[in-house]
Design a protein around this ligand. Sequence first.
Ligand SMILES: C[S@@+](CC[C@H](N)C(=O)[O-])C[C@H]1O[C@@H](n2cnc3c(N)ncnc32)[C@H](O)[C@@H]1O
Length: 325
Amino acid sequence: MTQIKSVDDLMVAGTAYQRSMMIFAALRLGIFAGLAEGETDAATLAARVSADPRRLAILLDGLCAMGLLQKRRGKYRNGAVSREFLADGPKSKSAILLHHLDGWADWGNLGGRLRVGRKVRPRGGDCQENFIRGMEENARERADAVAERMPLRPGERLLDLGGGPGTYAWAWARRSPEAEVTLFDLPITLRVARKILSEKRATGCVKFVAGDFLRDPVGGPYDIVWISQILHAFSRDECLVILRKAHGALAPGGRVSIQEFLPDESRISPAGPAIFSVHMVAVTEGGQSWTAAEIGGMLGEAGFGKVKKGKPDASGVGIVTAQSR
Ligand SMILES: C[S@@+](CC[C@H](N)C(=O)[O-])C[C@H]1O[C@@H](n2cnc3c(N)ncnc32)[C@H](O)[C@@H]1O
């Protein structure tokens, strides 16, 4: 993300929600999926998606102005980015974008959240599906790279704690069929994970355990506990509960690997983790982006030693590892 350096940049940032909403409305109406079938005029598309033709034409023109659609002789078609990332397909980002739309009401209440006492509102089942499918879209490429870099030996037992859509669990299970991969998550999430893995014809090689890691046992013993993009949603005390649980589930000498958005010590850089931390204020009670040093400190308190802090990538995501003492 570029920094705001002029009044023009300021006005772009201040009105960015309008562009977001145009994308979300088009996604929810099925515009990009509809145009994937071929170029179409506004009236035909309006009939297909049950929209008002005049208003839809105005939205389509606006999406052309943003570069997401193209218009030729009164007919519209998807531009390159929409074709690849907004219509259905293996690189689609539609679920993660709709997950951001699900956060709209919470972000609208950000000012209230900064005052003491305003609670985050619970969300419904559709939101969970967008969330978990969105996590799958986010993790697809990274999961393969992580599983490649951290191969499992035959017989090794890995727990993917809060494994969500199972993207990491499946990446490991695929590469190391003789290892034992367990995905632990809430029942509401495992319902979506089962659907996603069966769509990939990937059921059977990952064991599912349903539960709440703040309250329930997580099974074990395991040789490795993988905790990806979990701690940022919880307060320090809750993180300690999770890390102690991971510690208790490990065999002697077992390892934990924590993947997170890691701001540096200044907390203002990289921009991704700094802004993601505000997102956590908007949508969770006690969450925030934790620095690698803070995670290292919590790991020490939870009984781990030999903490190693990996260098975050350009988006600010990095891995902290430690060993059970
Ligand atoms: C941001 S997602 C991360 C998913 C996955 N680890 C990844 O990196 O793609 C957070 C996950 O934590 C799970 N989760 C949140 N609270 C939980 C709890 N109390 N017990 C178990 N899982 C929980 C959510 O259901 C979700 O799958």
